[in-house]
Design a protein around this ligand. Sequence first.
Ligand code: MRU
Length: 363
Amino acid sequence: MDVNGTAYRSIWLADDGRQVEIIDQTRLPHEFSVITLTTLDQAVTAIRDMQVRGAPLIGATAAYGFCLGLHQGTTDNVLEEVARVLVACRPTAVNLRWAVQRMLAVLLPLPEQDRLQTAYTEAAAICEEDVATNAALGGHGAELIRAIREKKGKNGPVNILTHCNAGWLATVDWGTALAPVFRASQDGIPVHVWVDETRPRNQGAHLTAWELVSAGIDHHLIVDNAGGHLMQHGKVDICIVGTDRTAASGDVCNKIGTYLKALAALDNRIPFYVALPGSTIDWEISDGVGEIPIEERDQDEVLVVQGLCGDKVDGVHIAPPETPAANPAFDVTPARLVTGLITERGICPASTEGLLSLYPERK
Ligand code: MRU
């Protein structure tokens, strides 16, 4: 996507063909800075400390992190250790495991001397596929937005509510939940986005709002608790969110707070769609609530709010010093609350049958 007239992806190979460059998402929206990753350790830090985040981008970074790890050696033992270290970075987004398993499956059968070069080729393929996948799902999702616009006539823009950041920064490019919005906007459909700030890390305020400003798309930032009220008053036409892991049953795990939005949407008969690439489906899991591991992050993310103080980014402590915080980072929205899943292969009901109709090879 475009940043001040320059086309960017969220991750790319450096000119030397060895190092990897990322946008430091912990600095946005106040500072646009690029970090160069040279070692496996740096890739691990980037994922764990959320310099990169969003399920598809975590997978792409793990693929390139794998390449960086192979500079230490290319024996089976090194490959397995690199895989173990990467998979342990963050537990919920299944794209991490998916990307690492894909790298292992391609590399382990090869002679050791061919593994490093092939690793880079495979990581690049994962990134290219991510871009194509998200562009395709954006096209399918934009048709939903177009249909709402046609029904509304000239009664204002299509109002879309989204949670967390599922825009291009969460993927290699385009995004998941925001891909339909970017596409609809490019197609000339008037859209307006309600951006949940998404406590505690405020990915909505920091990242989604920044992406929408850059794309020139009309939006308002709202506190996480405002969505239900807006829905009751007819101000939301459709909700579109992303997912970090989709169970084979259609249950979706996404940023904490997504479940409450889905409940409010159902109560107000507002369509609630989840946009995802096939790499986010965990075919081994059918009970999302019972089986998807939920990441518990540091309590300081809840207790200390980051923002611009004067001209410097700083943290503000918001609770009594004695008060501890709990910080589950994701929740699961059961399939029965989801109107449909928007994938690169089309839109389907959130159910095993729905998913299998689009991915018949999984039968
Ligand atoms: O903790 P994060 O910022 O990695 O969480 C990201 C999300 O929850 C996104 O909505 C999700 O990855 C799907 S978007 C591509």
